[in-house]
Design a protein around this ligand. Structure first.
Ligand code: PDD
Length: 279
């Protein structure tokens, strides 16, 4: 089987999988999700993703129906059934199925959907020539640390980027840069890797964490501090991190070229180290 879904407790071809129209994920975006990258048939950092899934679900009062061992076995079986060496695994847990009502009963049974699809990495030219990003006002709520299904502001921002010929939209709130619509943002200032600190206004990215760890291992100093939009323009390097993009250099912000030469040495070093993680 190629594209696989696990839904209502069974595996089946993705095209045959269905969910109830009264699933609260469908009607309210009432749920959480994760996206894992599979390299050579092996998911990268599954336990980090599962820990974040647990944190997101707990924050919404959703009790995950599986423990780590069960998640691991279902994910492994889904990946094995798909037989894709390079894949992305999407995990979604909603509060459950019930007649539409904003309030909910504590007895709802959370609904799990997992899909496995082949992964086509971004074009190599994005890594050599750098991506374009645009800055957008952050219209999201104030719990962006929860990986919830409510992605409307992200969807609109990402589409705005695409319409402008850019790869990513970066959210700016009160003058501070927070993260991309689907990625975290870092800069290099005076040889240090800088990224906004974790908190309720951005997602604690698995790739963000790995990148900071790789930087420390490489002897690069790391600072988790607020960045203004102006800091993006004066940075020697700007990079995005995320499960589907790994570490992606930014070449232009709102059409303005940034940095001194491209891709910068620190981004290059981190990209190479990241690739070794799954080589
Ligand atoms: N998004 N910030 C946001 C808002 C994101 O949606 C993502 C990832 C990240 C990066 O997190 P990580 O390194 O754990 O992938 C940061 C996934 C890929 C998505 O929504 O498809």
């Amino acid at each position: 089987m190629p594209d696989i879904a696990f839904a209502n407790g069974v595996f089946l071809p993705l095209a045959e999988a269905t969910v109830s129209v009264e699933d609260r994920g469908y009607q309210f975006g009432d749920g959480v999700y994760e996206l894992l990258r599979v390299y050579g048939g092996v998911p990268l950092r599954p336990l980090d993703h599962l820990a974040r899934l647990e944190r997101s679900a707990r924050a919404l009062g959703i009790a995950l129906p599986f423990d780590t061992a069960r998640w691991t076995s279902v994910i492994t079986e889904a990946v094995d059934r798909s037989n894709y060496p390079e894949a992305k695994v999407y995990i979604q847990v909603t509060r459950g199925v019930a007649p539409r009502d904003h309030t909910y009963s504590a007895t709802l049974v959370p609904a799990v959907v997992i899909t496995v699809r082949a992964m086509t990495p971004p074009a190599e030219s994005l890594y050599t020539d750098g991506t374009d990003i645009v800055t957008v006002p952050d219209l999201r709520w104030s719990r962006c640390d929860i990986k919830s299904l409510n992605l409307l502001a992200n969807v609109l921002a990402k589409q705005q980027a695409r319409n402008a010929g850019a790869f990513e939209a970066v959210f700016v709130r009160d003058g501070f840069v927070l993260e991309g619509a689907t990625s975290n943002v870092m800069t290099v200032h005076r040889g240090s890797l800088v990224t906004p600190p974790e908190g309720p206004l951005l997602l604690s990215g698995v790739t963000r964490h790995l990148t900071l760890q790789l930087a420390r291992e490489a002897g690069i100093s790391v600072a988790e501090r607020s960045l203004t939009e102006a800091d993006l323009y004066t940075a020697a390097e700007v990079l995005l991190t995320g499960t589907t993009i790994e570490i992606l250099p930014v070449g232009r912000i709102n059409g303005r070229c940034i940095g001194e030469g491209f891709p910068g040495p620190i981004t290059k070093e981190l990209m190479a180290r990241f690739r070794k993680l799954h080589a």
